[in-house]
Write a protein that binds this ligand. Structure first.
Ligand code: PLP
Length: 235
């Protein structure tokens, strides 16, 4: 067995174990394999091991990879999630090629994705990114503005609001790792209480997957633990 296949199985097992330990249904936690900076062959290997949903951060790299994989393996039916920050001049290729966008943090992005979604495709699924750790430099809507943004994006017909996403500040203390995830779950519950039909809480990465699942994540975004360390972390 190859190492990607091995790692994928290990991560899946960790998700199942963590979910069962906190009385959650493992089927309610979806694994998003984050393939940024990794080649199309790595995605194909994971897909052949049963993985269906993949996450990309950079519009150009992601679109190229999607096209390459469609050409090499037209038999694969993959689901593509754009998880990086969205610049408004990059929305068109994202609307055309991706099924999900996780980091919508302003109305303008939702409007453009809706306007640019090709006819005949279902509405693109979106999550609102929340700046849950309150860092000045990070993107994301402030927690107190989530409800207003949810209302604002809901008017656009070709986007479907699915829930919330966060990338908390790195924290090594396992107890403190829970705090932002707990706060996200509270915001998510508030959306539901206000009548929004949301089902997705996208949170948890390789270093903090377990606490995220324990606090209610429905999608965990895992790169390093599946594909290994990235050659270049950022561009
Ligand atoms: C890169 C990235 C991930 C995956 O991170 P790992 O630590 O490699 O698991 C998840 N979410 C976002 C938004 C990312 O940019």
């Amino acid at each position: 067995m190859s190492s990607i296949t091995d790692s994928l199985k290990q991560v899946q097992q960790q998700i199942v174990q963590t979910a069962m330990q906190c009385d959650r249904n493992p089927a309610d936690v979806q694994l998003l394999a984050v393939s940024k900076t990794k080649p199309a062959t790595a995605v194909i290997e994971a897909a052949d091991a049963g993985q269906r949903a993949f996450g990309e951060n950079y519009e150009q790299e992601g679109v190229e990879k999607i096209r390459t994989i469609r050409r090499l393996r037209p038999d694969l039916r993959l689901e593509w999630h754009f998880i990086g920050p969205v610049q408004s001049n990059k929305t068109r290729p994202i609307a055309e090629n991706f099924d999900w966008v996780h980091a919508v943090d302003r109305e303008r992005i939702a409007k453009r994705l809706s306007d640019q979604r090709p006819e005949g495709k279902p509405p693109i699924n979106i999550c609102l990114q929340v700046n849950i750790s309150g860092e000045a430099s990070k993107s994301g809507v402030a927690p107190e503005d989530v409800l207003a943004l949810a209302k604002a994006v809901s008017v656009y017909p070709n986007v479907k609001l699915r829930g919330l996403m966060a990338v908390p500040e790195p924290e090594t203390d396992p107890v403190k790792q829970h705090e932002p995830f707990k706060a996200m779950k509270t915001l998510f519950n508030q959306l539901q209480e206000n009548g929004f039909d949301v089902d997705t809480l996208s949170m948890g990465m390789s270093a903090d997957m377990a606490p995220a699942v324990q606090e209610g994540a429905t999608i965990v975004r895992i790169g390093t633990a599946i594909f290994g360390a990235r050659d270049y972390p950022n561009r």
